[in-house]
Design a protein around this ligand. Structure first.
Ligand code: FES
Length: 567
């Protein structure tokens, strides 16, 4: 009996014509039409996920990153083949980029598995692209390196620095409050994002880049390199070479994304004061491998993980400061006593072996473990009669004096109602009220937008009110701030208690007790439930697939059908 060598390179996954030899013959003859020599076609193949798009400013540098990855692959002896996938830019999509994250994940997974490749480099950056790519890689389980486009640089402007998007929100709030003129807000519009790259603060894109490093899917030190820095191209070249090494020494996403590395990533999210969206995304990525993130466990981790990074939206610095301060190496070093050090990354080396004491740390941006920004983590989960399966509060971005609040609620029934009434001078609202937005979760046509940052009603903003307790079943931008309860689960459209809440009800928020309760008699709620009905489903297409399949926030808002088959 002869040993048949494993199929690799172009010989993988031949098309199904009923004659495998003919299928390979045909594939090679067509590949030769692109000018490749036989010697090149015999090499192992590294697929490169190309998410360059004229609609995606955050991916402006993808063409040169693809070229740099190709250099690395060629120098290491592989054949690089780039291919396009769905590209998602946060402000460019209706109703929201989150509505299409799972579409990008399906697209990427299908192309990783259907096309012949031995390993892959995934190039992403903007908020939903890296989560989609990590979800896809986890399910396809093809050896893969996650490369990010990197953050933009902040722009010096009249004595301060500006970068998307915390400063966008800060100035817009001031404009709404009447303290910034229409002329000045127009001038600032052109100064908020002046270089290529993802948002320059610890928003969702930056948090996910750091989480990818913490998981081990991105080499240590690569996540925070600015988009326009030459090191970013060297990182791309290195990713290409690493992908070739992964062919001879296959380390698959399932070897890297484990219960231990996911817990490390949660610790990092908490220590960063990172984006609440990242919790949904990490839950979805882990869920692809059957790993659950328990929100009760999150609270345990949050109470024992200090916030160490001082960046906007909660602090002062920008991503370029984090990178030059020491980046993830410095942060992981500070956290080392809390981390599972046995976790390997794409290099196959354990965290214990690859993590060394940094030579320099700028303590303005990355604090020592014993002198943290705050002694506890940035995010907590809340449970109670309003959120039986949990809700999230980013306490590091909230106002401590509002942590224990019991108040009357003002309810907005969806985004249109919010837009129609929020600035009505006759709106019945006072600063001590709790504002609630319902019917904006992942099952609604709104697509779980980043609308949880409900604007302060303009009559209150003009009176100087800076923060109020706000709560919803949608999300909040990682660049936003305020006392904002998010991801109330189950969402209103899924039949959660949030769907029954009405203006005038009372709600109690207790960060101390991790609780969120609707103070309405069960009998009253039962009466209201009799007249409640779920929203009508769209008739067809992607929107219908979402309405039929999307899971709740505590399951990462993934599609049920894309979870592991054993579930
Ligand atoms: Fe792309 Fe912020 S808009 S990262």
């Amino acid at each position: 009996m002869t040993n048949t060598p494993p199929k690799r390179g172009l010989a993988r996954n031949t098309a199904n014509y009923g004659d495998k030899d003919f299928a390979l013959y045909l594939r090679r003859s067509f590949a030769k039409s692109m000018g490749y020599s036989q010697a090149m076609l015999d090499k192992p193949v590294v697929g490169i996920v190309d998410t360059g798009s004229d609609y995606n400013n955050c991916h402006r540098t993808v063409p040169e990153l693809v070229e740099a990855v190709k250099r690395g692959v060629l120098a290491a002896g592989g054949l690089p083949l780039a291919f396009p996938t769905v590209s998602l830019c946060e402000p460019s999509l209706f109703p929201t980029s989150m509505h299409y994250r799972n579409l990008a994940a399906i697209d990427t997974e299908a192309m990783l598995t259907a096309q012949p490749m031995d390993s892959a480099v995934l190039i992403g950056g903007c908020d939903k692209t890296v989560p989609a790519q990590l979800m896809a890689a986890a399910s396809a389980n093809v050896p893969a390196v996650q490369l990010v486009t990197g953050p933009m640089l902040a722009t010096p402007f009249q004595g301060e620095r500006l970068a998307a998007c915390t400063d966008c929100r800060r100035y817009w709030a001031a404009y709404r409050a009447g303290t910034v003129s229409p002329e000045r807000i127009g001038q600032i519009e052109g100064r908020l994002a002046t270089t290529a790259g993802t948002c320059g603060v610890m928003g969702t894109a930056s948090t996910m880049a750091c989480i990818s490093e913490a998981l081990g899917m991105t080499p240590l030190g690569h996540g925070s390199i600015p988009a326009v820095h030459a090191d970013r191209l060297r990182a791309a070249e290195e990713a290409g070479a690493l992908a070739v090494r992964l062919i001879e020494n296959p380390i698959r996403p399932s070897d890297i994304i484990t219960e231990h590395s996911v817990e490390n990533a949660v610790r990092v999210l908490l220590a960063l004061g990172g984006s609440t969206n990242a919790l949904i995304h990490l839950t979805a990525v882990a869920g692809r491998l059957g790993i659950k993130i328990d929100l009760h466990r999150l609270n345990v981790l949050s109470d024992s993980t200090p916030v160490l990074v001082d960046l906007k939206p909660t602090g002062e610095g920008y991503m370029e400061d984090f990178h030059s301060a020491g980046g993830m190496q410095a942060l992981l070093w500070e956290l080392r006593d809390l981390l599972h050090m046995d976790c390997i990354d794409v290099t196959g080396v354990s965290l214990r072996e690859r993590l060394t004491k940094p030579e320099f740390v700028d303590r303005r941006y990355i604090k020592a473990f014993d002198e943290p920004v705050t002694p506890v983590g940035g995010i907590v989960a809340l449970f109670g009669s309003l959120a039986p399966r949990g809700a999230i509060l980013k306490r590091s971005a909230a106002t401590p004096s509002l942590f224990e609040t019991e108040a009357r609620v003002l309810v907005f029934d969806g985004l249109e109602d919010l837009a129609n009434r929020i600035d009505d001078p006759d709106l019945d609202v006072v600063a001590g009220d709790i504002m609630v937005l319902k019917n904006a979760g992942s099952l609604t046509p709104a697509g779980m937008p980043e609308a949880g940052y409900l604007p302060i009603p303009s009559k209150l903003a003009r009176a100087g009110v800076k923060d109020m307790v706000r709560m919803s079943d949608c999300r909040m931008s990682g660049t936003a701030f305020g006392t904002i309860v998010l991801h109330i689960t189950p969402e209103a459209a899924a039949g959660g208690p949030l769907g029954l809440i009405e203006t005038g009800d009372r709600v109690r928020l207790s960060v101390k007790d991790r609780s969120l309760d609707l103070l309405v008699d069960e009998a009253v709620l039962a009466e209201r439930r009799k007249t409640w009905s779920p929203p009508a489903k769209p008739g067809r297409g992607w929107d219908r697939i979402i309405a039929d399949q999307v899971l709740q926030a505590d399951e990462g808002c993934d599609l049920a059908v894309m979870r592991p088959a054993a579930e």
